[in-house]
Design a protein around this ligand. Structure first.
Ligand code: ZN
Length: 183
C-alpha cells in the first residue's frame, strides 16, 4: 500500500508502537492498514459417493477442475460463503454437513475452509465461472487436471474417508506452488 485509503496521504511502512512487525500506517490520520490472510470457503458436495467438481471458466487455472469455493465476503459466515460460492459456481443448493477441511497456505496468505455437503434433489448446473459442472465417482476424478493442490489434498482425504465410511475434520498446512496441481 502506498497511500492511505482513509485520507489519501502517503503511508509509511514501520513497526507501530506496541506491535512486533512492520505495517503500512498513515501518520496523517493514524490508521494502521493491517493485512491479514483471506479465507476461501467452499463445499465438498457429495451425491451417492460422487463428488461435484467445476471446470474453471476463469483464470487462474482456466479449464482445470476444482471444488466450488471462493473468497469470503464481509458480513458473511463461513457457512454462508460456502453455500453462496457453491451456488455461484455449480448452481447447487446442497445441505451442509460438518466442516471438513481447513488448509492453511501461509506462502500466499490464504486459508481454505471446506464443508462437507450433500446434493439436494441432484440439482446442479454451471454458473458463469464454470465451463462445466459434473459429478465424479472416485474412479473418475481427473487427478491430472485439478486446479489446485488443496483440491487434490481434499479429494485424497475424501477417498480415504469414503472407504472408511467415517468423516472427521482435517487440518492441513500446505505450501501451494504457483503452477497447477500437476507439479
Ligand atoms: Zn490516513
Amino acid at each position: 500500500m502506498n497511500f492511505c485509503s482513509n485520507c489519501g496521504e502517503a503511508t509509511i511502512n514501520r513497526v507501530p508502537e506496541g506491535d512486533n512487525r512492520p505495517r503500512d500506517l498513515c501518520e496523517q490520520c493514524g490508521i494502521i492498514h493491517y493485512q491479514n490472510p483471506k479465507i476461501i470457503a467452499g463445499c465438498v458436495v457429495l451425491d451417492q459417493n460422487k463428488v461435484l467438481l467445476c471446470k474453471r471458466a476463469i483464470e487462474p487455472r482456466y479449464g482445470l477442475w476444482t471444488l466450488p469455493a471462493g473468497f469470503m465476503e464481509n458480513g458473511e459466515t463461513v457457512a454462508q460463503a460456502a453455500l453462496r460460492e457453491t451456488w455461484e459456481e455449480a448452481r447447487a443448493t446442497p445441505v451442509l454437513d460438518q466442516l471438513y477441511m481447513v488448509t492453511s497456505i501461509p506462502r500466499i496468505n490464504q486459508v481454505y475452509m471446506l464443508y462437507l455437503a450433500y446434493l439436494n434433489h441432484s440439482h446442479f448446473n454451471s454458473g458463469p465461472e464454470s465451463l462445466e459442472t459434473r459429478l465424479f465417482s472416485l474412479e473418475e476424478i481427473p487427478w491430472d487436471e485439478l486446479a489446485f493442490l488443496t483440491v487434490r489434498d481434499t479429494l485424497i482425504q475424501l477417498k480415504q474417508d469414503l472407504a472408511m465410511e467415517r468423516f472427521s475434520l482435517h487440518c492441513i498446512d500446505r505450501e501451494e506452488t504457483p503452477t497447477s496441481a500437476k507439479s
